[in-house]
Unconditional design. Structure first.
Lengths: 424, 424
């Protein structure tokens, strides 16, 4: 039944049925979490051998250094080489860091805020106003960084080819607009891959701010769910061609390759950006955990080893994404209660409810023991103007739990839509 | 021969002899490093078993969480308990972090700078002037943090009981003085332990700034060289008694217990400081490397295990400190060319040259292939007003190399003194 075309009596009847179904689920005492993009335990198990690749004192030397001792601010060269392959950027432009790319992004933003960019006039905190472009829906932790620093976030609509570049170009002409968040491959939450044209326009566009920065969070660079290997144009090369090499700072990590929180993160940037980062970083610390870097490099001698490893993740993840899509199609297909995307990589399914229902669905689910990412979380300041978008994270629960959780979700989505249409 | 009482002809003769000895060493092509407090490879070898204490998937659960996955901003409880024993502070007041206490100090200072203290009027960057007390000689990396932020560092003389508290109290009355660096046990570089009176006065003194902070860097809390166990008064308890619990933030790490750069760092502070830290930290990252925390907690079930482990370090380190002291006594005893301290813990020997000779000694040593910590490094802005203090770090080189390096050092110390006295 298409809810938007149903009669009032049909809707009233459905409302009672859905309410009964919902209450039955509420009694079950479910405790299911689809809120964050956490790998499942079976995925974490895949890295078991990494735990013991370094087991003896005599294995602890990297090419340059005893990894157990102090030193090497930018990480061991083996690790920088590995990330150089992933970023497709020269080794000298890669900094291998600690356990979190989010922290590298935060710290980079803080450096811009407190000390200013190498090509900027002043620290950003000394600017009258700092604005930042936020493709939406997007990643809440990105937005939190801007919000903590009091930047003004400007939402930019995402398209299946990336952020709407007509709008980005128009906004970037404002000199108080200092940058943009990008998750260019399997975007969070939609799973879109930026088109060649989008990447080119980002690299070549005129910006009002000389120190405009693209935070290129390539979190899902090797996180495929299918056999397809969408090619993302190399923005570093494009910026080089455009003479805007300081514009882009690239980030990634092995958080969803080996262990979240115990992986290795990295960034890549122009010579000038790297020198600037190092000059400030050298006061913040002596160096990253090189033992864990070496452990990763022993486990992954090259990018092919990572690719092979990611196929094992896909084998575990794909059935979960398929289960979600199947249940959504079965329960919501043709109802008008929502639409969704079936991504080819990444960690999320982006769901758009009937307008004005996302918060209600989140609440209904929570009361039934199913935890979703907060409605609105995919928008700056937590404000989804249409109250529609919900990020579904299917990776953590086993398929059986996921199925139960999605059944609850679909009942809630329909119930919220019926409530909204009926005005109850 | 006491150089300060020698005749000119004696000095001239000695000058030629020393110069000849020095030139002989220069020809040897030495390459010896006593510049940083790095553990020797034999010390790092002591932690070999820690590499494999976690070897199986089923071992990766802490009491609260799968350590491999995201979460737990303040670290796993096992690790917080271990540091709670070390700090002698309740578990709830402990944050177990990443691989570097220096980074925790830097990040804490940055939070005060950008966001302000929970009990402060405004972010420190918005103050007209921020001053910071620096006991001297002290740790160069502490000073670098203040310098990078543009704080005004005020040197305070160290005594064998801690910083000169008459001076500290007088300076702290100025409301623009926001805090002080302290290495309270086996201070860097002298190896002094703060007296009970000093700790009490730090906790109880009146400060002009309501948001005055003591950065209590207890880096060498378990790093004994002898059988003595000097008791450091618990400043946390003293601050509690004084009603100044927000004043102190404690830091330490296992960098020189297990691995520098691949250890675990921690901080401890009041409820209010911890809540304030967490609120800002939660935007900077999702959590520390919990796998490495669990690895440490398996290797060290409690503080006794750490104490036992540190005895093994002392067995390796003590002969190095003894060798340095023996050579200094043999070559410089009674010459007036310098004085030094024989510490009972920590990582350094603090050497004071004949006045105005430290830079010259550093240069002479460097030219002969012996790298020392930069002269002046133990003072804010790298300026040692008397140009005397040199921090000797004997831990890294094997004893044979250390002996060679110290022989060069002593020749350089005498040569520089003779040059200075003769005015050549």
């Amino acid at each position: 039944m298409n809810l938007t075309q149903a009669s009032n009596s049909e809707l009233n009847e459905l409302y009672l049925t859905l309410k009964k179904q919902y209450e039955d689920y509420c009694c079950k005492g479910l405790k299911l979490d689809m809120s964050r993009g956490k790998p499942g335990a079976d995925q974490l198990d895949l890295a078991e051998e990494m735990l013991t690749v370094l087991s003896k004192n005599e294995q602890m030397l990297s090419r340059e250094i005893d990894t157990r001792n102090y030193g090497l601010l930018t990480g061991i060269v083996e690790c920088r080489e590995l990330f150089s392959e992933i970023f497709e950027v020269p080794v000298k432009n890669v900094i291998a860091g600690g356990n979190s790319s989010l922290t590298m992004m935060y710290d980079t933003m803080m450096r811009l805020w407190v000390f200013g960019a190498p090509d900027g006039k002043r620290p950003w905190c000394a600017e009258k106003k700092v604005k930042w472009l936020c493709p939406v829906p997007g990643y809440d932790r990105h937005f939190s960084i801007c919000q903590q620093l009091g930047m003004e976030m400007i939402p930019v609509p995402m398209t299946e080819n990336g952020p709407d570049m007509d709008i980005v170009e128009a906004l970037a002409a404002d000199e108080s607009v200092k940058g943009i968040w990008c998750v260019p491959k399997y975007s969070n939450p939609q799973g879109y891959v930026y088109s060649d044209e989008c990447v080119r326009r980002l690299a070549h566009m005129n910006t009002g701010a000389a120190d405009f920065r693209i935070f290129w969070d390539n979190a899902y660079v090797v996180h495929h769910l299918t056999e397809e290997r969408p090619v993302l144009l190399n923005i570093y090369d494009e910026c080089a061609a455009a003479g805007t090499l300081n514009r882009v700072i690239m980030f990634t990590s092995t958080s969803k390759v080996t262990y979240p929180g115990a992986g290795v993160a990295a960034m890549a940037a122009s010579d000038e950006n790297v020198e600037w980062s190092k000059k400030i970083m050298t006061v913040q610390g002596i160096g990253p955990d090189k033992v864990n870097q070496l452990r990763h490099c022993m486990f992954f001698p090259d990018i092919n080893a990572i690719e092979e490893h990611m196929k094992k993740h896909a084998i575990l993840l794909k059935p979960k994404f398929d289960a979600v899509a199947d249940i959504l199609e079965r329960e919501l297909g043709g109802t008008g209660a929502g639409s969704w995307l079936a991504p080819k990589g990444g960690y999320f399914i982006s769901f758009d409810s009937y307008p004005g229902c996302a918060k209600r669905i989140h609440k209904l689910c929570a009361d039934a023991g199913v935890i979703l990412t907060n409605a609105g979380a995919t928008y700056p300041y937590g404000i989804d103007p249409e109250d529609r978008n919900i990020r579904i994270a299917p990776s953590l629960p086993p398929v059986s739990e996921l199925t139960a959780a999605m059944e609850v979700f679909c009942i809630c989505a329909k119930l919220a839509a019926v409530e909204k249409i009926l005005g109850v």
